[in-house]
Ligand binder design. Sequence first.
Ligand code: RVK
Ligand code: MG
Ligand code: MG
Length: 365
Amino acid sequence: MSSSVANLVNKFRGCLAGGLIGDCLGSPFEADNPISRSVLYNFLTKQLEESAKMFQMFPFTDDTAMTKSMAQSFIELKRFDAKDMAKRFSVEYFKDPKRGYGGNVVDVFAALRHTHYEYPYEPARLQFNGSGSYGNGGAMRTSPVALFGFHLSDAELIELATNCAKITHSNRNGYNGAILQCLAIREALQTQSSPTDHSFDVNVYLNSLIEKMQKVETTICTETDNNDSHNKSNGVPETPFTDKLNKIKKIFESQTKVNELSGEKVAYILGNDVSALKSVPSAIYSVLRGQTPIEAFQSTNPFVRTLYFALSLGGDTDTIASMACSIAGALYGNDLIPNPLRKHCEDIDLLIKYSEDLYDLVPNK
Ligand code: RVK
Ligand code: MG
Ligand code: MG
């Protein structure tokens, strides 16, 4: 895998900074459904003000807490170790539990601690009577996988993303959501962007993701899949993520259609809840929507438009905005992210440091 992308370190920084910004600025709206357009407009306008004397600090939530643990594990060990990652998730949770974690994943952390992290996949496998979690918790924290695995082949990256997600999310739709989010980030990192022209080919981007997810979703489930039987009709594997990507592709065939669809309407079509299936495609849609002007929030900056649109979906705003902005940050790079936005975010300097440490681990630059 070639890593000869211009200004790759800027893209690495943009990815983790973007994810943090989406999480911190999305969390005040979590569960607003639908979201008030005027409240959102005033909020984002205020956060973008360069001249503000005092910047209100927004704390990160579980999305970033788990992203940090993933990054730390890769950086310190320079390899993937499931037990180490499981331990970091659990230790971090018990140290700082009030970060808005998912309702059931906390039981995984408790079981991991109870079994001294000996069986890092077992507690997640037992969740929901053995069907595993389909929440977006595996997807929301996957950006360090895309950075650490930047140089890997698709098959290797997919395997890594799966193994990282399955520590908490053993349902097929839980870890496939993490795979899609990881591929979406890596694809964005590989897209050449220029400082003056931020446009990219939406169709090429979507086609690549569709082709890869089609392969992922139609590959025979492995023996470790405990929910195999839920995913086939008449012996044919279901392909829900590929179907959603095709739906997005259809919408983007007409710019008029794209302009017509408000956040509320997109939330209705693609979803905006805590399941991976109803949030990862919505995050990807928000990135693509950020390519062109949005009437309700005029900005020439595609990163800002992505953030606005992701928030306008309502529902699981911290996670959808975090996933969307980590992809957008990987696409456009850190330099395009307006400074006032980062000043609102807890631990921004640490996330930038992690992105640089992960960049240093990329071989053959
Ligand atoms: C609060 C039935 C299932 C299920 C299954 C539902 C934070 C449950 C973050 C569960 C993210 C919820 C989000 C979340 C991340 C999942 N059958 N219901 N098989 N699988 N659910 O607990 O890390 O915001 O209602 O695994 O994926 O900001 O409580 O957590 O938005 O999805 O939570 O799934 O959550 P969990 P998570
Ligand atoms: Mg959260
Ligand atoms: Mg959330």
